[in-house]
Design a protein around this ligand. Structure first.
Ligand code: FES
Length: 79
């Protein structure tokens, strides 16, 4: 599974770096390093909401404080 996190300037200001770090931690903690690939991308043209994150081609808006529930609800349920 590939998760792409926007590191464009607007998403950066909303905490994309924190989200990347949290996702790296959660992936490692759940022993999913060989199943989940994390990638960064520049602006996805969806700066209005939270930080733009995609699972495959499916777009989500994530905030630092919702990263854990995003991981549990959307990532773990798809594996
Ligand atoms: S900066 Fe992230 S979608 Fe635009």
């Amino acid at each position: 599974m590939k998760i792409t996190i926007c590191i464009g300037s607007s998403c950066h200001l909303k905490g994309s770096r924190q989200i990347v770090e949290e996702l790296q931690f959660l992936v490692a903690e759940n022993n999913l390093v060989d199943k989940v690939e994390l990638a960064g991308t520049f602006c996805m043209g969806n700066c209005m909401n939270g930080v733009s994150v995609k699972i495959g081609e499916e777009p989500f808006s994530v905030k630092p404080e919702t990263t854990k529930s995003f991981f549990e609800d959307e990532v773990l349920s798809r594996l």
